[in-house]
Design a protein around this ligand. Structure first.
Ligand SMILES: C[S@@+](CC[C@H](N)C(=O)[O-])C[C@H]1O[C@@H](n2cnc3c(N)ncnc32)[C@H](O)[C@@H]1O
Length: 213
């Protein structure tokens, strides 16, 4: 794809993103975000923050929030969402998850929701998350993943992946994110595996939970 096509597609993706997810947000995602983000504290980094779907769910007690989003069209929407939030220390950055521009062991909790599917290199990204977290720090995640216990669905995920990732901002249908989290050195503290209702069947299997450094 040439640069003009990529820019047009990312502008379009940012434009439709909230509408595209609206039914799924109502069916389950908002509840999951609310429940998981109640656990964060201190200095927070949210990676791949998109249009800011998590912004309203951060506890008022956190010390600071750094949100990073590499896509400029998504970032524009994120800025609007953040302008009406009441978190005092809030910074927007544009780094990717593979290249987190923060000091080692400087963050209490990292939030990644529906991002590991889209990054170029999930292992490198999770290594970076591990690096910036303080010892005992938390990775809070919601990710759609490969259908590990459903061979028929996994077959479809593998088939559709080459097309889907091209039209949906590099979103992969078949990532084994739990494995990558463990490979990065994390201990899984809690994990739920369930279906993301009202989403296309090939992105329905999800994991959500908390991993500890
Ligand atoms: C499916 S959206 C999820 C947005 C948001 N986290 C949410 O829960 O609605 C994936 C996001 O990851 C971002 N992204 C893509 N590649 C990335 C990378 N390498 N590092 C960080 N974010 C990335 C995209 O720009 C997009 O905003």
């Amino acid at each position: 794809m040439n640069n003009i096509t990529i820019t047009t597609m990312s502008r379009f993706f940012a434009f439709i993103y909230d509408a595209m997810l609206a039914n799924t947000e109502e069916a389950c995602l908002q509840d999951w975000r609310k429940e998981l983000l109640a656990n964060v504290y201190g200095d927070i980094l949210e990676v791949g923050a998109g249009t800011g779907a998590n912004v309203g769910f951060y506890p008022q007690t956190i010390r600071s929030l750094t949100v990073s989003e590499p896509d400029k069209f998504m970032r524009k929407k994120l800025k609007i969402k953040l302008s009406s939030n009441t978190i005092k220390q809030c910074v927007i950055k544009n780094f990717t998850m593979e290249n987190i521009d923060l000091a080692d062991e400087s963050i209490d909790c990292v939030v990644s929701t529906l991002v590991c599917c889209s990054v170029k290199n999930p292992v490198k990204s999770l290594n970076q998350v591990y690096r910036v977290l303080k010892p005992g720090g938390l990775l809070v995640f919601i990710e759609h993943v490969a259908a590990e216990n459903n061979p028929a669905r996994l077959k479809w995920q593998n088939r559709i992946n080459p097309i889907w990732k091209r039209i949906s901002g590099n979103c992969h249908t078949n990532r084994e994110t739990e494995k990558y989290i463990k490979q990065a050195g994390f201990t899984i503290k809690s994990i739920e595996k369930s279906s993301m209702r009202k989403a296309p069947a090939f992105v329905r299997p999800t994991i959500r939970g908390i991993a500890v450094k």
